[in-house]
Write a protein that binds this ligand. Structure first.
Ligand code: ARG
Length: 400
């Protein structure tokens, strides 16, 4: 008896996931492997990947275009939450995992599989996100992670694959480990493992080097509806097109690079480079629109929720009761976060230079220093007396 009869495998076309196919069958007695590749806008041709899975021994090879759901159901809610892990990383890779897990579970249920599988090793965050998301969506499914157990080196993995007709990578494989989707690229390993070493320009693909960016600034107006990105420069766009176009223009000006040492859930510190042009610009713009449309108390309280939300997403708890509860709070806050934010892109920076909303709580009559001023200055005196009273009493008592 093998570990499972029929397995749906998350398939990327790379060596590891390809080797998973014969490995599951030969070593773990799996009878049928169904490969599933999700198109999240990684810009790769999926047709050859689909065929490669069949050549590697899969009985079925599925390709699911999940770009729209990725942007609308995972990316945009994270923008509404202004979600940044450790205050910097906008979770471009993390957000993809719960969606892939959902696709795996749906396929397993449709094809009557008793397990799902992925090619993650034991050192990263992604294994946690897959395993926990799958458990949340269908606790009866087994999760198999061959690469976590097989203990083969890179060379051994390639040699194992060759025995089963999986060709060794043709190009001298890059020293980097790269994950890519519509929201960004995550790059680690190789020379980046030394946190002191500046990344080479060659690792970037979505953002220009400052030296190559235009010498004139460019303005872009981002429109939001209830906290969801809805238009660019006045033109209402479908979600995927909006993100694609914004990636282009923001990337062209070199904004959206992050170089950080982050704390993985499994306890390891790792050096990671990100480029997430549109996503980062959208979070900045959205947060700015909130400053105009949310009351001070909601805005301040939400910052704590955002921090927790970012941790939950990073730590694989997308489908969890706490996440659902935070979602309800965030949705409630977004009701009037509609309007436009003007962003100036120039030489690696994205600066918010203007914002407008029909729901603006900014009151010129109260804010002005001019003659139109409606603020009751005298009221401030009594307010300050009461506000400062505890401090006054404390000072009197302690000074004696
Ligand atoms: N550290 C990021 C995360 O946990 C990205 C992980 C994938 N990175 C990679 N280069 N393969 O979400």
């Amino acid at each position: 008896m093998g570990r499972a009869k029929k397995v749906v495998l998350a398939y990327s076309g790379g060596v590891d996931t390809s080797v998973c196919i014969p490995y599951l069958k030969q070593e773990w007695g799996v009878e049928e492997v169904i490969a599933l590749a999700a198109d999240l806008g990684q810009g790769e041709e999926l047709k050859p990947i689909q065929e490669k899975a069949l050549k590697s021994g899969a009985v079925e090879s599925l390709v699911v275009d999940a770009k729209e759901s990725f942007v609308k159901d995972y990316g945009f809610p994270a923008i509404q939450a202004n979600a940044l892990y450790e205050n910097r990383y906008p979770l471009s890779t993390s957000l993809a995992r719960p969606l892939i897990a959902k696709l795996l579970v749906e396929a397993a249920e449709k094809y009557g599989a008793d397990a799902v599988a992925h090619g993650c090793t034991g050192k990263g965050n992604d294994q946690v996100r897959f395993d926990v998301s799958i458990a949340a969506l269908n606790p009866n499914l087994k999760v198999l992670a061959p690469a976590r157990e097989w203990g083969m080196s890179r060379e051994e993995t390639i040699a194992y694959g060759e025995k089963f007709g999986i060709p060794a990578p043709v190009k001298k494989s890059s020293p980097y480990s790269i994950d890519r989707n519509l929201f960004g690229r995550s790059i680690e390993a190789g020379p980046l493992e030394d946190p002191e070493t500046e990344p080479l320009e060659e690792i970037y693909a979505m953002t220009q080097a400052i030296a190559d960016t235009p010498d004139e600034p460019e303005y872009v107006e981002i429109g939001f509806e209830r906290g969801m990105p809805a238009s660019l420069n006045g033109q209402v766009l479908p979600a995927v097109a909006l993100v694609e176009q914004l990636n282009q223009v923001v990337g062209k000006h070199g904004f959206g690079r992050i170089d950080m040492v982050e704390n993985r859930l499994v306890g390891i510190k790792s050096r990671e480079i990100y480029e997430t042009p549109a996503l980062l610009a959208l979070i900045l713009a959205h947060r700015d629109l909130e400053s105009l449309t949310l009351t001070a108390d909601v805005s301040h309280y939400k910052r704590g929720v955002e921090e927790t939300y970012g941790q939950l997403v990073y730590n694989g708890l997308w489908y969890s009761p706490l996440k659902a509860a935070l979602d309800a709070f965030i949705q409630q806050t977004q009701e009037r976060v509609s309007g436009t934010v003007r962003v100036k892109l120039f030489k690696g920076s994205a600066t918010i230079v203007g914002r407008r909303s029909d729901y603006s709580l900014y009151s010129p009559d109260l804010a002005t220093y001019g003659a139109e001023d409606q603020f009751d200055h005298k009221a401030a005196e009594g307010f300050i007396y009461v506000w400062g009273l505890p401090t006054r009493v404390w000072s009197q008592k302690t000074r004696g």
